[in-house]
Design a protein around this ligand. Structure first.
Ligand SMILES: C[S@@+](CC[C@H](N)C(=O)[O-])C[C@H]1O[C@@H](n2cnc3c(N)ncnc32)[C@H](O)[C@@H]1O
Length: 371
């Protein structure tokens, strides 16, 4: 397969010393802002890969760097002919369709849908009775995807503006979640997986291609914002992804790194030996089918305001996550001390003390209810 030198998915020039930013010092919203800015610019480029006037603007079915990238990632030439011109920006790092096994009538959600490439292929696979929703936080990308949908006459695809950490999608409404080279860009990947779990129907599945880390990144790479927005520096270790999926509630988790991908990753940031540290992987997981067992929750405390707030917050989070809970307020001091809880409110879930003292934050409660 032809190697091309697209600086994909980082079409902006790698930044010099003066632009190096410590990731530790950059708050999540600043990272998000940088990602949004990068992909906003890409979406507005005629030559979307940004690698020179002659190289991009992929034309369906015709060779060109973005088409080459897609073929290299495992798409078929016939796939390229099925999508509107300009939908494939060459920004993926794998082919989630290959593991999704989409069936007619299914509802599909694409996280970070870009110009819509995977959405349009999914739309063909699920047919008229199916539905595809693409979510992207960059409005320039969204505009491009919507124009592509119109150009291609896709009636079963819609694109929604939103962050994948806060999906604009109803609970338990999706059969399959696709995503191609996006989750590594999120500063809060655990939250992305919790949201994915929330919107999937019981038995629903994840079919994701993403960049994952196989070794500790050098400090200079970790600090380079362009390598973050370019889908490299933000990658999590495979074991971390596994743990986040498990904590969100997924089962049948399978993460398959593709060693061959190191060949094209080498071209993304020449000179950084980035291919020694990250790799493209396919990530599969399933939301359990069976109704999750009801969780028995005891809120320990003397009826104080914090105890009431804690019980209310747990009920709210449980409802949002679709987790069934039975909440009992325990005020008897003997019973509270029996749990070994010295400061209240305390929280006991299925017989195990998980908290003592102060109102727990929402994130903590989400984790308890996902476990
Ligand atoms: C590398 S591109 C991949 C686009 C598309 N999946 C493809 O393969 O062509 C990443 C896309 O994800 C979007 N994105 C990144 N972080 C996001 C987030 N936290 N929430 C929503 N969209 C995000 C970007 O705007 C961009 O369109």
């Amino acid at each position: 397969m032809k190697q091309n030198s697209l600086p994909h998915p980082n079409p902006l020039p790698l930044k010099g010393e003066g632009d190096v930013v410590s990731r530790r010092d950059v708050r999540s919203d600043e990272l998000r802002q940088a990602v949004r800015q990068t992909y906003g610019q890409i979406a507005q480029q005629d030559n979307a890969c940004g690698c020179g006037p002659s190289c991009c603007t992929p034309t369906a079915g015709t060779p060109g760097p973005a088409a080459d990238v897609a073929l290299q990632l495992g798409y078929a030439a016939a796939d390229l002919a099925l999508v509107p011109e300009g939908a494939n920006l060459g920004l993926g790092c794998g082919n989630p369709q290959a593991i999704a096994a989409l069936k007619p009538g299914e509802t599909v959600l694409d996280l970070g849908s870009g110009a819509g490439f995977d959405c349009f292929l999914a739309a063909r696979a699920v047919g008229e009775t199916g539905r595809v929703i693409g979510v992207d936080m960059t409005h320039e990308m969204l505009a491009r995807a919507r124009a592509n949908a119109q150009q291609g006459g896709f009636a079963n695809v819609e694109f929604r503006l939103g962050e994948i950490e806060h999906l604009p999608v109803a609970d338990a409404s999706v059969d399959v979640i696709l995503s191609n080279c996006v989750i590594n860009l999120s500063p809060d990947k655990a939250q992305v997986f919790r949201e994915a779990y929330r919107v999937l129907k019981p038995g629903g599945r994840l079919a994701i291609s993403d960049i994952v880390r196989t070794a500790e990144l050098p400090e200079a790479v970790q600090q380079d914002l362009a390598l973050y927005t370019g889908c490299m520096a933000g990658a999590s270790l495979i074991e971390e992804v596994q743990a986040m999926l498990r904590e969100a509630g997924f089962e049948a988790i399978r993460i398959a790194p593709k060693d061959v991908s190191r060949e094209f990753i080498r071209t993304w940031a020449p000179g950084h030996r980035i291919e020694d540290y990250v790799v493209s992987a396919s990530i599969e997981a399933v939301k359990p089918k069976g109704e999750p067992r009801m969780k028995e929750i005891k809120v320990l405390g003397s009826g104080c305001a914090n105890c009431e707030t804690t019980a209310k917050l747990i009920a709210e989070v449980a409802q949002a996550k679709g987790v069934e809970v039975a909440i009992e307020k325990v005020q008897d001091m003997g019973a509270i001390l029996g749990y070994g809880v010295m400061s209240t409110p305390g929280v006991v879930i299925d017989g195990k003390v998980v908290h003592a003292g102060g109102v727990p934050d929402r994130k903590k409660i989400e984790q308890w209810l996902s476990a």
